[in-house]
Write a protein that binds this ligand. Structure first.
Ligand code: PHE
Length: 453
C-alpha cells in the first residue's frame, strides 16, 4: 500500500465533492421518512435521546474509521478489507465484512427503492393537486388506496431503480457531485418552511415535547436496538457505502473534520423532519405510531392547507426523491465496484446485474403492503423483515467489525498516518472510542436484546 495509490474507479475532485456525496448518501429517506415514524413507534423523547447518544459515541467514531479504511484500501469494500488485513498481517477472512456489506446494500436498496417510489408517486399527486384543501381523513384514504395497488407500486419502484442504475452506470464523478450541491440547501429550506407551518398548527409545543422530553418508561431493549440501528442506517455505516466513498477521497483531506460536518448535517435534517411532522400529527388527532406511512399521511395536510402549498408540495417530494437517489447510489456502489474488480464486467454490465437483483427483491416489499400483507415470518412481513435484518442486525454487526478492525487490528502507525492527527488528544479520544466504547455499546445492546443482560 503506497500513499499515492488511487482507486481505479476514479477520485473525487475535491474535499467538497466528498462532503457532498457522503452527505448525499447519509441524508435520505432515513432522515425524513424513517426517523419520524420510528420515533413515533418508540414513544418519542427517550428514543430520540438514545439515538443522539448513538450518533455521538458509536456513529461518528465508526464513520471516521470506515472512511479511513476506505481511503487506505482504495478498492471495493471486500477487496479493501482483504488488502488492509494483509497489510496488518491479520487473517484475510476480514473480507467477509465487505461481503456482509454488499448483501446489506442489496437488501436495503430493495425496500428503499419501493419507498422512494412512493415519494416519486407523491410528486405527481402533489402536481395534480390531490392534497389541496383536504383533511387528515382524505389524505389517509389516498395513501391507503395507493399502497393497496401493487401495479402502481411496481411501476414507481421500477422507475426509481432505473434512475439509480443510470446514475451509477455513469460513474463516480459525473452524476453524483452536481446533484447534491442544489439538493441539500433546497431540502434544508423546505424543512424550515414546514417547521414554520408546524408552528401554526396549535400543537407545536406538544410536538416538541413529544420529541424532546424523554420518558424512559417508554423505552425497551428493542427500542434501544432500533435507535442504535438507525444511527448506523442514517449515517450509511456498517455496509461499505462510506468505505467506498472514502476510497475516492484525495489523500490530503482531513477525515475527522469532514465526518463531523456530515454527521452534524444529517442529524439536523432528521430533527427538523421530526419537528415539522409531530405537530401535524397531534393537531389532526393522528397516531404517532402509525408506521411507514407517517410522512405520507401528515405532510400532504400541510401542503394542502398552507399558502403556496401546491408548489412547495411538488418541490418537497422532488427533493425527497433526489435525496433518496443520492443515498441509493451509495447502497449499490460497493456491489458494483466489486463486480468490476473481480468479475471482469464493465460498469454498465455490473449495474444491470446489480439492478436486476435488487428490483426482484423489491417485489417482496411491494407485496407486503397488499397481496402478501398477511404473510409474516417471526411476526414481520417482508418489508419489516428486510428492515430489521439490515438496520438492526447487519449494519450494527458490520460497524462493530469496522471498529474492531480500525482499533485493534490495523497498525496504530497506519491509522495515525491516515487521520493525520497522530498523538493528539483528538486521536486518543477517537482511538479510545473505536477500541472500547463503540464496540462495547453495540455488544451490550445485542446482549440485552437476546435477554442475557
Ligand atoms: N443513510 C441513508 C438514509 O438515511 C440510507 C443508507 C443506509 C444509505 C446505508 C447507504 C447505506 O436514507
Amino acid at each position: 500500500m503506497t500513499d499515492t495509490k488511487k482507486s481505479i474507479h476514479g477520485e473525487w475532485s475535491s474535499r467538497l465533492a466528498f462532503i457532498l456525496a457522503a452527505t448525499g448518501s447519509a441524508v435520505g429517506l432515513g432522515n425524513i421518512w424513517k426517523f419520524p415514524y420510528i420515533t413515533g413507534e418508540n414513544g418519542g423523547g427517550a428514543f430520540v435521546l438514545v439515538y443522539l447518544l448513538c450518533i455521538a459515541f458509536i456513529g461518528i467514531p465508526i464513520m471516521i474509521a470506515e472512511t479511513m479504511l476506505g481511503r487506505r484500501g482504495r478498492q471495493s469494500p471486500i477487496n479493501t478489507m482483504e488488502t488492509l488485513a494483509a497489510e496488518a498481517e491479520a487473517d484475510t477472512n476480514w473480507h467477509y465484512v465487505g461481503w456482509m456489506g454488499v448483501i446489506a446494500g442489496f437488501l436495503i436498496l430493495s425496500y428503499y427503492s419501493v419507498i422512494a417510489g412512493w415519494a416519486s408517486a407523491y410528486v405527481l399527486k402533489a402536481f395534480t393537486g390531490s392534497f389541496s384543501g383536504t383533511g387528515a381523513t382524505e389524505i389517509k384514504a389516498l395513501f391507503d388506496g395507493f399502497v393497496a395497488n401493487p401495479a402502481q407500486l411496481i411501476f414507481w419502484h421500477t422507475l426509481f431503480m432505473l434512475a439509480t442504475m443510470l446514475i451509477v452506470a455513469r460513474g463516480v464523478r459525473s452524476g453524483l457531485e452536481k446533484a447534491v450541491q442544489f439538493l441539500m440547501p433546497g431540502l434544508f429550506v423546505l424543512m424550515i418552511l414546514l417547521v414554520g407551518y408546524a408552528m401554526t398548527t396549535g400543537a407545536y409545543e406538544q410536538g416538541l415535547e413529544f420529541l424532546f422530553s424523554p420518558d424512559f418508561s417508554k423505552i425497551t431493549g428493542d427500542s434501544v436496538l432500533t435507535a442504535m440501528g438507525h444511527a448506523f442506517f442514517t449515517l450509511s455505516l456498517g455496509m461499505g457505502a462510506i468505505m467506498v466513498y472514502g476510497s475516492y477521497l484525495p489523500k490530503d483531506v482531513s477525515i475527522t473534520k469532514t465526518v463531523f460536518l456530515i454527521a452534524g448535517s444529517d442529524t439536523i435534517v432528521a430533527l427538523l423532519a421530526g419537528i415539522a411532522i409531530f405537530p401535524i400529527v397531534f393537531a389532526n388527532g393522528l397516531e404517532a405510531g402509525s408506521g411507514p406511512g407517517l410522512i405520507f399521511q401528515t405532510l400532504p395536510i400541510a401542503f394542502g392547507n398552507m399558502s403556496g402549498g401546491w408548489l412547495f408540495g411538488i418541490l418537497f417530494f422532488v427533493m425527497l426523491v433526489f435525496a433518496a437517489l443520492t443515498s441509493s447510489i451509495s447502497l449499490i456502489e460497493p456491489a458494483v465496484t466489486w463486480l468490476v474488480e473481480n468479475r471482469d464486467l464493465d460498469r454498465q454490465q455490473a449495474c444491470i446485474w446489480a439492478g436486476l437483483v435488487t428490483w426482484l427483491l423489491g417485489l417482496g416489499t411491494v407485496f407486503s403492503f397488499n397481496l402478501w400483507s398477511d404473510f409474516t415470518i417471526f411476526g414481520r412481513n417482508i418489508f419489516q423483515l428486510m428492515d430489521y435484518l439490515t438496520a438492526n442486525l447487519l449494519l450494527p454487526i458490520g460497524g462493530f467489525l469496522v471498529a474492531v478492525f480500525a482499533g485493534w487490528i490495523m497498525k496504530q502507525q497506519h491509522s495515525e498516518q491516515e487521520l493525520q492527527i497522530p498523538g493528539t488528544q483528538g486521536y486518543q479520544v477517537w482511538k479510545f472510542l473505536v477500541c472500547y466504547v463503540s464496540p462495547a455499546a453495540v455488544f451490550l445492546v445485542f446482549l440485552n436484546v437476546v435477554g442475557v443482560i
